[in-house]
Design a binder for this molecule. Structure first.
Ligand code: NBP
Length: 477
């Protein structure tokens, strides 16, 4: 027997209920809903009669309420919750039906789940959904993986609820099996890097620029009208402008300066390390949050009463310099993120369209930004470029901003303002752009203590110097 709903949602906490409401608001959708604890379902249905939900108290009734091929989106707590719901659906679904995991799963788990489920003929589609509660309700950026066949059914449904940027829905079939969750993970990693860089820009304007939070909010609002235009810049201005009702102080001054995280930044760094891709921007952002939370160490070093440098007066044009440094550092963070996507796609066999990914991040998600239009164009013009930093627009922006970037790093260092993101990004750029790196010396050291061999600049072959012998050179291959 086949039911009437073309799509179902399992898990009706904040994300699931908002996604269900979004689905129900689009023409042509009839939405079935189910939650382990029925009171949540009852509450949702009561509060939103306009959605016309088909509500079920049991998983059997939920499955029966779905039209074939049955399509259900799981929005429960990642991990055990997801596995429990998958098992319930697998027992009841038939070949051709589609299980979508819209939670924040680790992409390796998604790959394993897909491999286990594929032989049953049921499609399993790990899907990254970005944009938080508001995005789920009004239009998220959606990153589905899974089979191309399942995307034929799923694509139009997801397109109906996705954010729209420049007239295009922010959804694309990212690649097979875990590709969607992988790309969502990298998205979150870039988000970490972007937030850290914005935080550093604020700190510089506050301590070197000697501006108050409300004045910095004005600077960010101004930046938001230019090339730095983005959701994160916009909300940063709002946070900085917000005054604490209890104390009358800027909110940012009464919030404990220890940043938390839920783990996707760490996953990005761990996986990038495995892939051999430098993602210093994300790593520094993850470390910066970790440092912020090491209260005992911070107190210990502060307690040493080391003389802090006197903060110099802000040099002329400092605010503009910081904007340029922020932009250049941000380009590096995105370049590194896309490098990780390219390496992941190669390792896991995904045919990833970089331009399409940049496009679906233009709306709905946390890193949505004007900048992504340029990035999408760059990949469309040259999908095979070795790094985003070579794209003419970005190369020019960095060339124009390079002096400012260096001045900011120097000033921050002299003033003792921590800028792990800005300085790591600049060092990364310098590493790529210098003629010779000290890696030659590292190779010499490795050859000295471990006979790890080296190649020569003046011809082919692999060599070893007899360091503990007469120091002559032998060719090893
Ligand atoms: P939560 O992550 O807080 O999970 C709560 C939901 O999971 C409830 O519906 C709960 O049912 C259900 N659940 C649990 Br817990 N264990 C279960 C089990 N064993 N069997 C069946 N259901 C179970 O919800 P959320 O914040 O709405 O997020 C949902 C997913 O979306 C998560 O994977 C999250 O990482 C992801 N996500 C969240 C955001 C965000 O901004 N919050 C953004 C993007 C993605 P109950 O009512 O019976 O306890």
């Amino acid at each position: 027997m086949s039911g009437s709903a073309n799509i179902g949602v399992v898990g009706l906490a904040v994300m699931g209920s908002n996604l269900a409401r979004n689905l129900a608001s689009r023409e042509g959708n009839k939405v079935a809903v189910y939650n382990r604890t029925y009171s949540r379902t009852e509450e949702l249905v009561k509060e939103h009669p306009e959605a016309g939900f088909v509500a079920s108290e049991s998983i059997d009734d939920f499955v029966a309420s779905l039209a074939k091929p049955r399509t259900a989106i799981i929005m429960v707590q990642a991990g055990k919750g997801t596995d429990a719901v998958i098992e319930q659906l697998l027992e009841r679904f038939e070949p051709g039906d589609i299980i979508v995991d819209g939670g924040n799963a680790n992409f390796q788990d998604t790959i394993a789940r897909e491999a286990r489920i594929a032989p049953t003929g049921i499609h399993f589609v790990g899907t990254g959904i970005s944009g938080g509660e508001e995005g789920a309700l009004n239009g998220p950026s959606i990153m589905p993986g899974g089979s191309a066949e399942s995307y034929e059914t799923l694509g139009p449904i997801l397109a109906s609820i996705a954010a729209v940027a420049e007239g295009e829905p922010c959804v694309t079939h990212v690649g097979t099996d875990g590709a969607g969750h992988f790309v969502k993970m990298i998205h979150n990693g870039i988000e970490y890097a972007d937030m850290e860089l914005i935080g550093e820009a604020y700190d510089l304007l506050r301590h070197v620029g000697r501006l108050e939070p409300a004045q910095i909010a004005d600077v960010f609002t101004e930046w938001n009208a230019g090339p730095l235009n983005s959701y994160l810049i916009e909300i940063t201005a709002e946070v900085l402008r917000h005054v604490d009702a209890k104390t009358g102080k800027p909110l940012v001054d009464v919030v404990v300066d220890e940043a938390g995280s839920k783990g996707t930044g760490v996953w990005t760094v761990q996986n990038s390390l495995d892939l051999g891709v430098p993602v210093g921007g994300v790593a520094e952002a993850v470390f910066a949050r970790a440092v912020s939370s090491k209260r005992a160490q911070r107190d210990g070093v502060a307690g040493l009463r080391l003389a802090r440098p006197a903060i110099p007066a802000a040099p002329d044009g400092f605010v503009d310099d910081v904007a340029k440094a922020l932009y250049a550092s941000k380009v590096v963070a995105y370049a590194q993120g896309f490098d990780a996507i390219i390496a992941g796609a190669e390792k896991y066999g995904w045919n990833v369209d970089k331009g399409a990914i940049a496009k679906i991040w233009r709306g709905g998600c946390i890193i949505r930004a004007q900048f992504l239009n340029v990035l999408a164009d760059a990949y469309e013009q040259n999908p095979d470029m070795a790094t985003l930093l070579e794209a003419p627009y970005f190369a020019q922006a960095i060339a124009d901003g390079q002096d400012a970037w260096r001045r900011v790093v120097i000033t921050a260092t002299q003033a003792g303002v921590p800028i792990p993101g800005f300085s790591a990004a600049l060092s990364y750029f310098d590493s790529l752009s210098v003629d010779r790196l000290p890696a030659a010396l590292v190779q010499g050291q490795r050859d000295f203590f471990g006979a790890h061999t080296y190649r020569r600049v003046d011809g082919p072959g692999v060599f070893h110097t007899l360091w503990s012998g007469d120091r002559s050179e032998v060719q090893t291959s």
